[in-house]
Design a protein around this ligand. Sequence first.
Ligand SMILES: [Zn+2]
Ligand SMILES: [Zn+2]
Length: 368
Amino acid sequence: MATGRAALFFEPGKPMTLTEFPVVDPAPGSVLVRVTRANVCGSDLHFWRGDGRLGRWNRQDGAIIGHEMTGVVHALGDGVVTDFAGAPLAVGDRVVYQYFAPCGRCRACLRGMTPACPAALGRMFTDPHQPPHFNGAFADYYHVSPRMALFKVPDTVTDTMVAGANCALAQVIYGLERVGVGFGDTVVIQGAGGLGAYATAVAKERGAHQVIVIDGLDDRLALARAMGADATVDLREHARPEDRVAAVRTLTNGWGADVVCELVGFSEVIPEGLRMLAVGGRYLEIGTFYPGHSIDLDPGRLVAANHRIEAVMLYDAASLGAAVDFLARNAGRLPLDQVLADYPLDQINEAFLDQLSNRSTRASIVMT
Ligand SMILES: [Zn+2]
Ligand SMILES: [Zn+2]
C-alpha cells in the first residue's frame, strides 16, 4: 500500500518527527489531496509554543499540525464531481479547502453561524494513527471531508498566492463582512502580518475611505502600503500605547476610527485598539484566538460610545470562495505572492525556528 509522510508534533520544545502513514482511498463525498505547499501560520507558532491553554490539545502519540495549505486532487470519493462553486472537478486539479468541518446540525450551524460550530475544529485533532490518517497540513496528503468547502484554483493564481487563502485571507474577508466595513469607513489595522496585509486590501476593496496600519517592521509597513494602506503608524516612532492612540486620532481629525481590527495575536494591544475607536465604532477581534489571557476593559466607555466588539474565529464557506475570486481579480495588481522562505518537509523544525526569529518572512513547507 502506498504511504505518505507526515510531521508529528508532540509538545512544545520537542522536535517534530517524520513518520509514514498509509494512503487510503477517500470516503464517499471526500477528496484526497496531495499537498503541494503548507505555510507556517502565526497560529501554528502559538500552538508550537503552547501559548495560553493550547497545550491541552497536545497528543502524546503525536498530531499533524498545520492548516494553511494548497494541493492537487489525488483521488475523488464517490459522488464528488464538482467543487463548492459548481465547477467540474478532476484528478490533478489545483484546489484550496477549509481545514475545519462545521457539523451542519448544531445550534450555531442552524442559525448560519457555521464558524462558531463547536465541532468544526474537531477535525484537526483526530488521531492521525487512525484512518484516514492525513488530517493536518504538514504531510504529503490531506483528506478533505464532505463538509469542508473546496474550490478549484484558477491558473492565474499561483500556489504561493493561494496557500494562505484558507486561513488568513478567508478569515479577514469573513471578519470584515461581520463587522460591516463599508463605503467611507475609516479602518485601523493593528498588525501588518499576513492577516493585516490582506485586511488592508480587502477593506479598500469594500470601500473604506482610509486604512491606517500599525506595525514596527519596515517590510511589513511597506507591504501594507503596497496593499493600499493610506497611512501607517510605526511602533518604533510611537512606542507607547497612548502615542499610537494619539497618532490615530490625529490621522482621523480627532474622531477615531469606525473600525479597528486586532490582527496582532497578542491581547496586550486590545485596550489601546478600543481607545482608537470613534463613537459608534466596531472592534474586530481575530488575532488572539487562544484562551488564557485577560484584558483591562472599561464597560462604561463601551456603553457611552456605543461601541461594538465582534469576535470572529474561522469563516464560512462563501468567504473561501470569495478569497479565491479576490486573488484572481487582483493577481498582478497587488503583491499577493507572499514573501515565503521554502523548506522541505524534513526541515520543518528549522522552518519553525526561522519563522520565530524572522517575523517578516513566512516559512512555507514545500512537499517534494
Ligand atoms: Zn492560519
Ligand atoms: Zn455545527
